[in-house]
Each structure stands twice: as structure tokens, then as C-alpha cells.
Design a protein around this ligand. Structure first.
Ligand code: SF4
Ligand code: SF4
Length: 69
């Protein structure tokens, strides 16, 4: 399990750019409202964060329980 993970803020505009960018299919648009990160798949690479036009994705450290899982 990666030490980092993408986190999407509430200001996501559901444009879908991050979904196309993620090489692992770890991010999807939940009910057309906002981007949702799959904690199991995301490796925290930061590609989605780089291309998000709204700048609402940050890469953060996972909680300890996820790092050691
Ligand atoms: S690229 Fe940014 S604004 Fe667009 S869906 Fe993803 S997180 Fe939301
Ligand atoms: S950080 Fe990388 S793996 Fe995680 S959702 Fe973004 S593009 Fe996908």
C-alpha cells in the first residue's frame, strides 16, 4: 500500500479530467457530483492533482492504518 493518496476537496466541479488522467482507474465521478478516490487503487502518484483545472486535488499521507494494511 502506498504511503500517499489523492484527496479531493468539496470544490470539485466534476469535470472528469482526473478520471481520464489516472493510470490506475482509481478515481471516478460519484453520481455526477464529485470525484471519488478509490483508496485501494490509488498510489498517490499525483497525476490527477497536476492536471485538475480547478486545483482541488491534493496528495497527502495516508492514515497509519492504511499504510500498514
Ligand atoms: S479534475 Fe478536478 S475538478 Fe475535475 S473532476 Fe477531477 S477533481 Fe474534480
Ligand atoms: S494520485 Fe495517481 S493513482 Fe491516485 S487517483 Fe490520482 S492519478 Fe490516480
Amino acid at each position: 500500500m502506498s504511503k500517499k493518496i489523492a484527496e479531493v476537496s468539496k470544490n470539485c466541479v466534476a469535470c472528469g479530467s482526473c478520471v481520464k488522467e489516472c493510470p490506475l482507474g482509481a478515481i471516478s465521478i460519484y453520481k455526477g457530483m464529485y470525484a471519488d478516490v478509490d483508496k485501494e487503487k490509488c498510489v498517490g502518484c499525483g497525476k490527477c492533482s497536476t492536471i485538475c483545472p480547478a486545483g482541488v486535488i491534493t496528495i497527502k499521507l495516508r492514515e497509519e492504518e492504511f499504510i500498514n494494511a
